[in-house]
Ligand binder design. Sequence first.
Ligand code: NAD
Length: 967
Amino acid sequence: MSRAGEESRLDEQRRELARTVRGWSIDQLHDQLRDAGVTHAFIVHENGEFQLSHPKILRPVQAFLELSHDFSRHEGVFIGREEGIRTLFFAFVHDTRRGLAQGGLRFWHYDSVADLLTDGLRLCQGMTRKNALAGLWWGGGKGIVALPSAYKLPGEIPERSPERLAIFEAYGRFIASLGGVYYTAEDVGTKTSDMDAILSRNRFVTCISPGVGGSGNPSPHTARGVFRALQAAWLFLERTERLEGVRVAVQGAGNVGVPLIDQLDEAGAEVWVSDVSEESLERLRLRRPRVHTLPVAEADRIFDLDVDVFAPCARGAVVNERTIPRLKARLVCGAANNILETPEDADRLRERGIAFVPDYVCNRMGIMNCADEWQGYLEEDVRLAAERVFPDTLRVLRHANNLHVSSLRAADELADIAASELNPLLGHRGRRIVDHLIASGWHLSEEAKHRSVEPAFEPPLHEPEIRVAWEKDGLFRGKGPAVASMPVSTASRPNLASFLSPLLMDVRARFLESIGGEGGGRPRRIAGSDHGGLGLQLAVERSLPYERQEVGRPEVIQLCQDQHDRNDAAIRDQLHQLGAGYDPAGWLDPMDVSVAEAVRRLFYTLVDEGLVVEENRLAYRCPRCESVLVASDLQRAKVGDGMGWRCGRCESVVEPDSSPQLFIQLEGMAGHLRRAIENGAVTFSGERWTNSVLADLDGLDPWCISRQYWWGNEIPEHFKGRPEDEVLSSWFSLAAWTLRALGWPETATPEPIEDVFVDPAWLRRWVVPSQLLALHLTGRPAFRRVHVHGTVQIRDRNLLRREDAAPAESRDEELYLFRTALRPMRKDLGNVVEPATLIRRFGADALRLGFLLALDRGPVESVTLGEGELRRARRAVQSLVSKVTGLYGMVREPLRTGPPRDADRAIVERCAAAAAEARSALEEHRYTRAAETLVEAVEAFAAYANAAAERRHEEAHQGDQSDLGAV
Ligand code: NAD
């Protein structure tokens, strides 16, 4: 069958399976699980791969998730069942990078498993965003208990009745079994008394009664948050936060509506209120005589009032395709959950010029009130948290404005970036708990659990101590040939993708060390960070409530410096954990005095030679970054109805503009590098990179080195009349970084660096300018051998819209096709992985080995580190330790295993051949091959050790010596 044919067969199969889930009632799934004797089941997803506890039953659910628009890299769905209770328990875990998953427990009727899954997926992603944007160190989760099919509404089972208690105590046992990966709370259909019932069975619950240590009614705080959001939005629209005379329509005079109306009234706003309860309105009229109330029968007229602000505080989905055309307000901001019926309503509001504060930005005080109650409750904390709604609202509205997108999209984006931040104390602990659950057989029956299961991982070596020992020995300060890795960016916290280059440098250095002698010996290792440039400044700005001009230049630079120092320290720490060595004394950093001095020297040297010129040229300018952008900073993207250019960093739409900038004339230097390549003084790994560099040299443009932002190396004084607010481009600083690494300017003709590891993006931006300048200034290249490796990518789901889908069909499985795609690891894509996370789960040795095993897979531009490679590497490292050290023990002792047999000899030969093969592969920079032969050798060793141990057991009485020493 052709590839297309095979794909379409798989598509149809997947669609068919997903449809099955539409047809399943909760009872049907319950009965399937019961008949199979299953009490716990899971579907876990990571790095594009699903893992199912019971594939036969759950395969349709996997297909449903694959095709669901609401599935967004959710870490896991856990299902529980208990004998005697005819319903199912669910815990949805979306993202636990910021912390353990937290979100309310819904007790509701669902017609089908599909409806329940959709609700759970959507709500728990919402919780990730709500928690992250609120600055809480919690991840996103959601619980669901399906209402038993005999009922339609949760209220039909009375509070504290034996039936209700039994259900919630059983749910308590279920989440207790999950070991803390999910913390539950109150939500639609559940009551504080249900939380208390859960509390009686575990400790992973919040929103409990004040009598047992809970936080109590959050409504006044919610109202305060909404009020502050409204003020911030008014400041954004009208440049004042005073609400005097502003006309506000509030829908719903309930727990949140009333204290909100109080504050609006006190702030001098003119308020109209609707409610469907005459009693509530009557109470309000007595309390707030100035406020206008609509008659109950005309409650719906609230949408048509001629007001400035509409504040929905009653029900969700009230702002929709039907009501948006009726609104006269300029702002929608209220407490109701899920104000919009669909996400498209955010665009509808934007098209009508109506500003919108997404509900999860302004109504978050419910969760803020109870999220941290386990640490003791302080009302003051919650009051302060309500004030934070003000700057956060401003940030969201400004971000939307800069990006030309709806405020909902802007809030989601900011929240996703915040959600990708790893918990500073716990790391990615949720993921580790899930690993542990799976490894310890959470999903297995008691009987199956007793059969052998893979033990939860423990790092096999005492890695931290080994690493400390390396540093003590000053092991990385060799006098041999230098090896270098590309600088790691401090623009954000370091991610896994940043460490491939230092890791390869480390492998190379160890290899050179191990072979010693000519060409070997202890090499000098060159590593360091870059200063993060505009990316870092933007990250700092994103965390500020005000525009950078309002904060002031010195303060912003100080904040950037702090962020840079923090990220630089995190890079060193992660390298240390990874075991990739560097010389702490020789660590390079462009903001450090010695490199900053090299930057100045380089600038003035080029100025003296007349190579730095000021020219007026047409270039794209970003209105948000307020800087010129070079080609690599630009992104071709949709702008309005057509195509245009956006800033690659902040996505603002950019415009061409002419301005005087500083350029270096590199053209005259191209010849030196071309000759060095032709005569073999400089080589690149692979013809394609040689050709791409040669092609670049042919069309070398003047190099623009001025940038209009604040963070970076200052432009030394020389050109009169240049604006104050500018710095040298990061790439210029990094070329000086390289020269400094060579020993320039103290050494006039320094030795080139023997080997450098770099990804394709940095080849043009860093390696080529460094080579050109080094050849020009010292007569020798900066690098002799340039090894270009792929960029680490994440395997991800790609949901494509079916071309043949009928437009009226709204079910996701009919609308979409599932494909996998490789995506770069980027904070804004929410797929960043920190090495420390994987080190905790797999151990540093396995991570290093896994990296090498993954290196040559797929296209040369990318490296996909999958779970498969990591597991294989972990197995190899484990057998290395448990089996091979056992073997060495046997070798050291007088061996009692009898003379070697033919089978043994073959194994010994295989091991020796593997060692030779690994060595020559390392010599030729074929890292995957080297890693594979080593893994094979370890596996052979392990098999050998097993056989030898068995034989020793059998032949315990024979005391003959063997020639195992040959190993
Ligand atoms: P509530 O039940 O106390 O108040 C809702 C009020 O709206 C009631 O007075 C009700 O009569 C009225 N109402 C219902 N339908 C209406 C309609 N069609 N038109 C006009 N009025 C109508 O609820 P609450 O605690 O004040 O919460 C209000 C909204 O805010 C809900 O959507 C809730 O999910 C959300 N929310 C509340 C909190 C909180 O802390 N209470 C936190 C986050 C979100």
